[in-house]
Design a protein around this ligand. Structure first.
Ligand SMILES: *[C@@H]1O[C@H](CO)[C@@H](O)[C@H](O)[C@H]1NC(C)=O
Ligand SMILES: *[C@@H]1O[C@H](CO)[C@@H](O)[C@H](O)[C@H]1NC(C)=O
Ligand SMILES: *[C@@H]1O[C@H](CO)[C@@H](O)[C@H](O)[C@H]1NC(C)=O
Ligand SMILES: *[C@@H]1O[C@H](CO)[C@@H](O)[C@H](O)[C@H]1NC(C)=O
Ligand SMILES: *[C@@H]1O[C@H](CO)[C@@H](O)[C@H](O)[C@H]1NC(C)=O
Ligand SMILES: *[C@@H]1O[C@H](CO)[C@@H](O)[C@H](O)[C@H]1NC(C)=O
Ligand SMILES: *[C@@H]1O[C@H](CO)[C@@H](O)[C@H](O)[C@H]1NC(C)=O
Ligand SMILES: *[C@@H]1O[C@H](CO)[C@@H](O)[C@H](O)[C@H]1NC(C)=O
Ligand SMILES: *[C@@H]1O[C@H](CO)[C@@H](O)[C@H](O)[C@H]1NC(C)=O
Ligand SMILES: *[C@@H]1O[C@H](CO)[C@@H](O)[C@H](O)[C@H]1NC(C)=O
Length: 711
């Protein structure tokens, strides 16, 4: 059976839970991390066509700090960022920022940067080349927004530290997810699958929740952030960010989004093979006999190709882009969290500790419990990776077979560095994966995939968070949770109250991690298990080689790099970036920035109607307005205009359209769909922009619509 991560054994050498501790220092914080909302590729679906054109909801980072009341050094920081995945470069910059401000208090060891794995955020921030291809390389503005925002959220959490207690519980979530590769799940042993028939079968249905009492909570539930479809181009937060908004705004309805003090955490778990498209996957093949029929199950194809096979969320019939499904999947998670928050949960007690190691996955040799020596392999993507998933089919544009022309200028540059032909050794190592991209051997112009990953564990009393650098599948997550829990109990570190959760993709993006059995099926998740069939075993490898002598003091830090694993290389200085900066903005002749082009209607509006105004615009890349807004809906109260909606309310949208590249002109649409319960009265829309002249500095302007009434 599966054994433990090396790091967990290190922990067992230095830690006991014995110190009775049920009061902790708790800090919670939230901040804006939204990058450029136009002219930038979106992150998740890896679709060149998905370039953002505006904003639905801002991306946020939420932070929970938990510390022992007596010992300042014994503290952990959990970051849940509204991004597709953690990243080595982002993490490096955040840790450097923390070291500058807090010295050795917050470090690689005790700071975990987990992602919601959402697919409608701004792209370009990842350090390795492969995920940069559709974003035309590295986008510094996205990267800066994430780093700055996470640091601000950590500062806010730090500044809010106050004593409190914690409790944990779980509930079953109905209708919130399905398995999108059930045929791969079936490859797991029947007796193992039989253990989970009452727990959702091929899908983990459990939401675990750590309550911070009246200040907030942190929950884990596995569901892909793919409720909003690939054809949407408004930046958003998908179902986890929406759930956080819905929960936080229900607690403090009059605060602007992101300005609430209650922090609701919807973190990602063993997400690999999950989907929010709970109706299943169907063929969208107009004119074909199979149009509207379920896709072929084993291959997720329609008429032999993947392009037409699309998953459908519960609100499929209600709009084209998945916004209704998104809100429904979010609400299901909100309801589960509310039900847990209304109960008395099990108190958490014990010490706060953390461990972190870097693991070089390219050359990682180890012995399985049955004595066989195996190894992981340098990274490689299988053919099914190019096929994508039913949540976003046929992703990477560069696999379309034509190597002479491409619409992607970055691909034009890097194709000369095309990944080396795999050696016989690599083919054997990755078997039975047919190798499409031999990324582990591709280091030009810079590394395509990571090779060194972060493995981390945060322990808060009897709760243990395993911070995973990739997407564990349902069964892989169950196996590792069970194995770690059993070992912690067997080693006498924790008693039967031990509670283990997995969180990720975090810190570094190592793509997927399936079980060995699922790997043999080579669906998308197996094809994207980049370090080969033993990747999962390597995370849970036997421990003998790395167990250090037990340390005299509980404060002794374990070695961060067993076997001198090299630190992941810094790649940014080599990064290619093809995104053109904003050249200049201009208003059409005779008009000025912010001037109304199409005004709101004069008639009274009613609930569910959309008010819209169009303005002379400027490129929002000139100023991201972090912690601010590109728009407001103002309500006239006692003769004063009071902002009541921002660009982060799901009822508003901000949409930017370039009119002429040569003239530098653009327009902006501000829309508001009036929610039930909106007080009758007089309102107006405002647009906040920043224009860049050909010569001179960027300046702010405001556009204001005519007044209108809501009846
Ligand atoms: C849910 O909580 C119960 C009671 O603490 C526990 O027995 C069970 O293992 C938990 N489930 C999961 C998946 O952690
Ligand atoms: C956020 O909340 C603080 C304190 O409640 C308040 O002073 C501030 O004006 C609020 N900001 C916004 C944008 O609503
Ligand atoms: C689908 O996979 C199952 C299980 O591996 C297999 O029994 C079945 O024959 C496959 N069906 C097709 C159409 O390939
Ligand atoms: C967007 O994609 C979804 C899912 O494939 C599809 O059902 C819908 O028709 C598309 N909408 C538009 C406007 O293309
Ligand atoms: C790991 O094993 C492979 C295959 O057995 C071998 O080629 C390689 O040299 C080994 N690497 C290390 C670091 O021991
Ligand atoms: C040990 O386990 C591995 C993985 O399950 C398997 O491939 C191998 O054949 C086993 N070796 C022995 C000697 O049973
Ligand atoms: C790629 O280009 C080479 C040289 O132009 C050509 O011989 C080959 O057929 C092309 N391959 C594909 C898949 O188009
Ligand atoms: C507004 O739309 C919602 C959902 O689409 C519907 O339930 C509600 O009845 C509508 N309200 C009014 C006043 O039309
Ligand atoms: C905003 O409203 C305008 C005018 O009705 C419409 O053309 C546009 O599609 C709307 N935008 C969004 C994102 O709904
Ligand atoms: C809009 O309302 C404000 C406040 O009552 C008023 O000062 C202004 O004249 C109104 N504008 C128009 C165009 O009616």
């Amino acid at each position: 059976m599966v054994r433990l991560l090396p790091s967990f054994v290190v922990l067992s050498a230095v830690v006991s839970n014995a110190i009775a501790q049920s009061q902790y220092l708790l800090g919670l914080g939230i901040a804006d991390i939204t990058g450029p909302v136009v002219e930038t590729n979106m992150m998740g679906y890896a679709s060149l066509g998905q370039t953002d054109s505006g904003l639905h909801m801002r991306q946020r980072a939420r932070v929970w700090i938990i510390g022992e009341t007596a010992t300042t050094a014994n503290r952990v920081v959990f970051v849940n960022a509204d991004i597709a995945m953690g990243d080595t470069g982002i993490r490096r910059a955040i840790l450097a920022g923390l070291a500058g401000k807090y010295g050795t208090l917050y470090t690689a060891q005790n700071v975990a940067i987990s992602s919601t794995h959402q697919h409608s955020g701004v792209g370009g921030y990842l350090e390795n080349l492969l995920p940069q291809i559709t974003s035309l390389g590295f986008v510094e503005q996205t990267y800066d927004a994430i780093v700055t925002g996470v640091l601000l959220a950590i500062d806010r959490a730090h500044n809010s530290l106050a004593p409190g207690s914690l409790s944990i519980g779980n509930t079953s979530v109905v209708g919130g997810n399905i398995n999108r590769s059930p045929t791969a799940y079936l490859a797991n042993p029947a007796d193992e699958r039989a253990m989970y028939v009452d727990e959702g079968g091929d899908q983990d249905k459990v939401m675990s929740l750590l309550s911070f009492g009246s200040r907030g909570f942190l929950s884990w539930f596995p569901v892909h952030g793919t409720s909003i479809y690939e054809n949407n181009t408004l930046v958003s937060s998908d179902n986890k960010g929406m759930a956080a908004y819905l929960y936080e705004s229900s607690m403090e309805p009059n605060a602007m989004p992101g300005n609430q003090t209650f922090v609701a955490g919807f973190a990602q778990a063993n997400v690999g093979d999950t989907s929010p498209n709970t109706l299943g996957a169907f063929c969208e093949s107009p004119g074909q006999p199979y149009d509207g029929m379920p896709c072929q199950a084993n291959t997720s194809t329609c008429g032999g190709t993947v392009e037409d096979c699309h998953g459908r969320g519960p609100g499929f019939t209600l709009d084209s882009f998945g916004f209704h499904s998104n809100e429904m999947i979010a609400q299901i998670q909100v309801d589960a969290a509310k039900s847990l928050m209304s109960q008395t949960l099990s108190p958490i007690s014990g010490t706060v500790r953390s461990v972190h190691v870097y693991l070089d996955m390219a050359t990682h040799n180890f012995t399985l419990p049955n004595g066989t020596t195996v190894n992981t392999c340098p990274a490689a993507m299988g053919f099914s990776f190019a096929g994508g998933t039913t949540d976003g089919p046929g992703s990477f544009d560069f696999v379309q077979g034509d190597n002479s022309t491409s619409q992607n200028p970055l691909w034009e540059i890097v194709k000369s560095f095309i990944t080396p032909i795999p050696s016989a050794e690599q083919v054997a190592c990755q078997y039975p994966k047919p190798i499409l991209l031999n990324t582990g051997y591709a280091t030009l112009p810079y590394a395509w995939s990571p090779s060194t990953v972060d493995i981390q564990m945060l322990k808060v009393g009897n709760l243990v968070m395993l911070i995973i650098p990739g997407e564990l599948t349902t069964m892989a997550g169950r196996r590792i949770r069970n194995a770690v829990r059993a070992q912690l109990i067997a080693d006498g570190i924790l008693d039967n109250s031990a509670y283990v959760v997995v969180s990720g993709p975090a810190n570094t993006y190592a793509h997927y991690i399936t079980t060995r059995e699922e790997y043999s099926v080579q669906r998308y998740e197996g094809a994207s298990t980049i370090f080969g069939p033993c990747a999962f075993h390597s995370l849970s490898k036997p421990t003998s080689t790395n167990t250090p002598a037990s340390s005299p003091s509980s404060r002794t830090r374990p070695p961060a790099r067993p076997n001198r694993t090299p630190l992941p290389p810094e790649l940014q200085s080599d990064a290619i970036s093809l995104q053109t900066p904003v050249v200049f903005d201009a208003a059409p002749i005779g008009k000025s920035f912010g001037q109304v082009l199409i005004d709101v209607a004069k008639t009274p509006y009613s609930v569910n109607q959309t008010v819209s105004a169009q303005f002379v615009g400027a490129n929002p890349r000139n100023n991201l307005r972090l912690e601010g807004t590109f728009l407001s809906v103002d309500h006239l109260v006692n003769n004063a205009w009071t902002p009541v909606r921002s660009d982060s309310h799901p009822s508003t949208t901000y949409q930017w359209t370039r009119v002429s590249t040569i003239l530098g002109t653009s327009s902006v649409n501000v829309n508001w769909t009036i929610e039930a319960g909106t007080p009758a009265g007089t309102y107006r829309l405002r647009y906040f922009g920043d224009s860049k002249p050909l010569i001179g500095s960027i300046s702010a302007f405001t556009g204001t619509s005519g007044n209108f009434t809501v009846a």
